[in-house]
Design a protein around this ligand. Structure first.
Ligand SMILES: Nc1ncnc2c1ncn2[C@@H]1O[C@H](COP(=O)(O)OP(=O)(O)O)[C@@H](O)[C@H]1O
Ligand SMILES: [Mg+2]
Length: 395
């Protein structure tokens, strides 16, 4: 098995010192410098977001700022090994850095032997810590067996309003268009990620996602699907499990069919948001979907009904639909075509571009509701075996 890279972020006010650290790290194939800067605030942000194996903090001439950063990183990022470094510094300052949470001290300019020892220690530290640090995120699939109900719009907006590390996964593998909803250009797709099946890890994930905002990453659908390189459900399962360990929320926008990949996503979900609109074809299709979920054994509380494009002028009313489906509707997003289309054309989630709009406010409220509920459901998450999924792909 290939050794894990040691990812490193550096703080150095002094450019010569930074150049020296970078050059030394380049000589060791394990070390991967992911970011460097002279602003403690920015370094704190990068470290909390990317959780590198180590942060090298040059105590330099602004020792007090460096010590403050060490204190904060020690508290906020327990999985990152903090290494203080300095050219000529008082023993007091070095001691203080160790007391505040630095695990090692590196003398500058860096001596190759010393660096090797420190990298060995970091590798051992992250080996131990990596396992403890794994998240157990929540996976939420926004589904409708009928196209055009607004699932892509809703999945994007839920993902943008979670207030936690979130990845939105476009599993509309043949016609995904989420980069348009988020106004981003993507370099890689889900297909590129699962080409590494068998060895998908957090490093690989961070290189294949597209960052959309501080908390939100996207894994896009492929531009063109290569029919020869079929995407197998077991690869999808592996990718979703790894994503679950890296993010607080994995939000999935799948196809509108019960193909094996969609079933894998639905199985993996702690919650399924079933989107309906107040028209007969949509309600019929929701009824069929609920029956099918029942047949495959999903507990009732795993599936939540969300009404979209709701208007007072609709002939059908909510209690009638709830009666017919035998399930309560827990959110009603009003119909407002202009507002919704504007946000999509702008390439910005509505909850960010127009958070005061009725549609934006209802999605925010709904996201809060399911986030709380989902934490409780996580406890009861069924663990399904692969054979069960493949059997059911013939449903
Ligand atoms: N609450 C809403 N009010 C008005 N129009 C909406 C609403 N939600 C979605 N739409 C519109 O419905 C269309 C389909 O949305 P989309 O998210 O692509 O659906 P799906 O992914 O389910 O096929 C889009 O044109 C979108 O603007
Ligand atoms: Mg869609």
């Amino acid at each position: 098995m290939a050794t894990q890279p040691i990812t490193i972020v550096v703080l150095s006010k002094d450019l010569d010192d930074f150049t020296n650290i970078r050059a030394a790290l380049n000589t060791d194939s394990r070390a991967k410098l992911i970011s460097g800067g002279n602003d403690p605030e920015q370094v704190h942000e990068v470290v909390t977001q990317h959780k590198p194996s180590a942060a090298i903090i040059n105590l330099g001439t602004h020792g007090d700022q460096a010590i403050k950063l060490i204190q904060r990183l020690n508290q906020d990022c327990p999985g990152t090994a903090i290494i203080s470094a300095a050219k000529e510094t008082s023993a007091d300052l070095i001691l203080q850095s160790l007391r505040e949470g630095a695990r090692e001290f590196l003398r500058l300019p860096i001596n190759a032997e010393e660096l090797k020892t420190v990298l060995d220690h970091i590798a051992a530290f992250s080996g131990k810590h990596g396992k403890e640090e794994k998240k157990n995120g929540r996976t939420i699939t926004v589904f409708s067996s009928k196209g055009g109900c607004g699932t892509s719009f809703i999945a994007t907006n839920i993902a943008a309003s979670t207030n936690a590390r979130t990845v939105l996964v476009d599993l509309n593998l043949e016609s995904g268009d989420l980069p348009l909803f988020l106004g981003v250009r993507t370099k890689y797709s889900f297909q590129d990620l699962i080409a590494h099946h068998g060895s998908i890890d957090d490093c690989l994930i961070s290189s294949y996602v597209t960052s959309c905002s501080k908390n939100l990453d996207l894994i896009a659908a492929p531009e063109e699907i290569d029919p020869v390189e079929k995407i197998k459900p077991e690869y999808v399962l592996e990718a979703l499990q790894r994503l679950n360990e890296c993010y607080d929320f994995v939000i999935i926008d799948p196809q509108h069919t019960f193909d094996a990949i969609t079933l894998t996503a639905l199985d993996q979900s702690t919650q399924i948001i079933l989107v309906v609109t107040l028209d007969l074809p949509s309600i019929r299709s929701a009824q069929r979907t609920l029956r099918m979920f029942d047949r495959v054994g999903y507990p009732g509380e795993k599936v939540r009904l969300l009404l979209n494009r709701w208007s007072r002028q609709d002939n059908l009313d909510i209690p009638q639909v709830e009666d017919f489906l035998g399930k309560s509707i827990i959110g009603s997003i009003p119909s407002d075509y202009q507002t919704v289309v504007n946000s999509i054309n702008l390439g910005k989630p509505l909850v960010k571009s127009d958070p005061r709009s009725k549609v934006g406010r209802e999605i925010e409220r709904f996201t809060q509701l399911i986030s709380i509920e989902d934490a409780a459901l996580e406890e009861a998450k069924p663990k399904r075996s692969w054979s069960l999924i493949s059997k059911r792909s013939r449903v």
